[in-house]
Design a protein. Structure first.
Length: 149
């Protein structure tokens, strides 16, 4: 693997950077820097919202949402549970990871779904009592090259 292709790891957790997590709390302060003394720039108000961690400092994680907005949040507000946001309105969810498979649901733009297994092009998702396979390209919160099982 070329040096540029190697994934960075966080100095605190030794986990890959960037990586995806979700909001554990119903709301969480987003600060300008990694401490309680830094100003609160805004508040994330959506439990289970997927976030991308881009840096670590002590108990703080620098995160971004799907729009690129972010800042520093305390690690206690984050969960390792993986979720995704539907990026394409009426994204079809299939019974199998196959375009020809039966459609079991269609998720609206902005729906937050739990993330399950992922193949190169499909991910298993669940939301609102529905579960199935959606095209990875219609989801934010999973890397294009990410495989999960």
């Amino acid at each position: 693997m070329a040096l540029a292709e190697q994934r960075a790891t966080g100095p605190v957790t030794n986990l890959p950077l960037p990586r995806y997590v979700s909001m554990k709390a119903n709301e969480g302060n987003v600060r300008r820097g990694p401490s309680m003394t830094h100003r609160i720039d805004w508040v994330f108000k959506r439990r289970d919202m997927p976030l991308r961690i881009t840096a670590e400092h002590g108990h703080w994680r620098r995160v971004q949402d799907r729009d690129g907005a972010g800042g520093w949040v305390h690690y206690a507000l984050l969960s390792g549970t993986r979720t995704v946001i539907v990026e394409r309105d009426m994204l079809t969810v299939h019974a199998r990871a196959d375009e020809a498979a039966t459609i079991v649901a269609a998720f609206e733009l902005g729906v937050i779904a739990r993330l399950g297994d992922c193949t190169p092009n499909w991910c298993r998702v669940s939301a609102g009592g529905y579960r199935g396979w959606a095209q990875k390209s219609g989801l934010w919160g999973v890397r294009p090259d990410e495989l999960r099982d």
